[in-house]
Design a protein around this ligand. Structure first.
Ligand code: SIN
Length: 519
């Protein structure tokens, strides 16, 4: 059978949760370019934020979300996020996700920029892994069809409406088409744009590139979130050291042993991520080092090993005992805040095309995502997609009122530069890290924009998974760079030394589409 009611691309929390809900309303096909377990969700440590604690409320969660978002959150979407959070957690519990408990209640931890402890977790710091295993087992038992090692390469659109998707079999190189009523993109982010990232190798902007090519609008791409603390060891892929480690009392020191965060902000080690990441970079530059340290040696060893078993064992395997040793850390690319523009029902501007999870941007994160709001966003808006697609909810209004102005734009046409070598993934990642990373300016952004445009022209027609991934990353990178150039201010995760202040005149969104200029 090549026709399905729902085709879902991606097998992280957004894809799997959508599939479980969609299965009640029709046939479901999940397409994933690796095996079903290959996704970023698996690596999520911190957890899911929800106002379920006694001293908490959705209003307080809303306030923290809006404050982190630095003037760009869509308030209607953020209100939905925090109001629907407790019910989504209850549903995950019903589905079997084994969240940690304390005295019979779900245990809550604190993360940066949350005013109270409100982050639920599983297996200590193995939240993503537990969610992934629980949901993928359920999907298998529900007889949703799963097509592994298959990469979606084109969205098929007939008379302006999504009709299906073209897929590459990554093993045989053959292609196949599937038709559907609803196509849901849940492909995750694009951390592989950067030399240092906490993301897995699958995070290559695939859904974003597919949607852009099909004519979908892309929003807020200049806001790429860098996690302040990834383990920094020579030759070891960056490994996330959860913000919850600081939430439980961990502190940051520079290589001279100085606890530096109080020098930057009264929120100290629990300031919003962008501030902590930039402070670490400043300290690294000041001390001429490529790292800082996170110190938990003052906490009881038992607390560390039971609360962070994953981190403890990973560090142990690399010769570090976190109960005694300081952990070398540095910032790394972590989360794509912008993405495929959707309304509060996960709909894009193309009828039949939905997006959820990291590849989507409904506006809940604004310019800077509050910790542990991402898995939450995935479940809240996946649910709403299925409600909308299955006709459970009839809506009058077509789109969320993005509270602030949108500035529509297209990728600039840039002159090809001479003597540019053919693009390679490592060169792309180094370029983005150096010129489009945590601290940006016009000169570096312009160099990056010109180089990416030249590379894009040199890129042959992709035929294999790696060549498609490189092509998707190039397009995603161009969208990030062009947006970063256009936003002449600093706000949230976007910081420019040539425009170091936030400008009230620029409190709007940059929306790209490919309507006139082709890259
Ligand atoms: C973390 O555990 O620090 C990551 C959580 C998140 O990105 O929301």
């Amino acid at each position: 059978m090549n026709h399905f009611d729902f085709v879902i691309i991606g097998s992280g929390i957004a894809g799997l949760y959508s599939a479980i809900l969609a299965r009640k309303h029709g046939s479901v096909l999940i397409i994933t370019k690796g095996s079903i377990e290959d996704c970023n969700t698996r690596y999520a440590q911190g957890g899911i934020a929800a106002a379920i604690g006694k001293n908490d409320s959705p209003t307080l969660h809303f306030k923290d979300t809006i404050a982190a978002g630095d003037g760009l959150c869509d308030k209607e979407a953020a209100r939905i996020l925090v109001n629907e959070a407790p019910e989504r957690i209850a549903e995950l519990v019903r589905l079997g996700v084994p969240f940690d408990t304390l005295y019979g209640e779900i245990a809550l931890t604190r993360e940066a920029a949350h005013s109270v402890s409100r982050v639920v977790h599983a297996g200590g710091d193995a939240t993503g892994q537990h969610i992934e295993v629980t949901l993928s087992n359920l999907v298998r038992s529900l007889k949703a069809q799963i097509l592994e090692h298959s990469l979606a390469t084109r969205i098929l659109v007939k008379k302006g409406i999504v009709s299906g998707v073209k897929v590459l079999n990554c093993h045989t190189g053959g292609t196949e088409e599937f038709s559907c009523r609803f196509l849901i993109l849940a492909t995750g982010g694009a951390g592989q744009l950067f030399k240092f990232t906490t993301n897995s190798a699958v995070a290559t902007g695939d859904g974003l590139a597919l949607a852009y090519d099909a004519g979908a609008e892309i929003i807020d791409m200049e806001f790429y979130q860098f996690h302040p603390t990834a383990l920094h060891l020579p030759g070891v892929t960056p490994f996330l050291i959860s913000e919850a480690v600081r939430g439980e009392g961990g502190i940051l020191r520079n290589i001279k042993g100085h606890h530096f965060m109080p020098d930057y902000t009264s929120d100290s080690d629990l300031a919003p991520r962008d501030i902590v990441a930039r402070s670490i970079i400043h300290e690294m530059r000041k001390t001429k080092s490529d790292k800082a340290f996170i110190d938990v040696t003052h906490l009881p060893a038992h607390t560390i090993t039971t609360r962070f078993p994953n981190i403890y064992h990973f560090c142990r395997e690399h010769g570090l005992d976190i109960t005694r040793d300081l952990l070398p850390v540095a910032p790394a690319a972590h989360y794509m805040i912008g993405g495929i523009k959707t309304n509060i029902w996960g709909e894009t501007n193309i009828p039949g095309l939905f997006a959820c999870g990291e590849t989507a941007c409904v506006g809940v994160h604004g310019a800077n995502r509050l910790a542990s709001n991402s898995l939450l966003e995935a479940v809240v808006f996946s649910k709403r997609i299925i409600q909308r697609a299955s006709g459970q909810v009839k809506i009058e209004e077509q789109a969320t009122t993005q509270g602030l102005a949108d500035m529509r734009t297209t990728l600039s046409r840039r002159q090809a530069q001479r003597k540019v070598p053919p693009p390679r993934l490592a060169a792309l990642q180094t370029l983005l890290w150096n010129k489009v990373g945590i601290i940006r300016n016009k000169e570096g952004l312009t160099q990056a924009a010109d180089t990416l445009a030249s590379w894009q022209k040199l890129l042959p027609q992709p035929t294999t998974r790696p060549t498609y991934e490189l092509s998707n990353l190039l397009l995603t990178g161009r969208l990030v760079v062009e947006a970063a150039l256009l936003r002449e201010e600093s706000r949230g995760a976007h910081f420019r030394t040539d425009f170091p202040k936030t400008s009230p005149q620029r409190q709007g969104h940059l929306v790209f589409n490919k309507s006139t200029i082709h890259p």
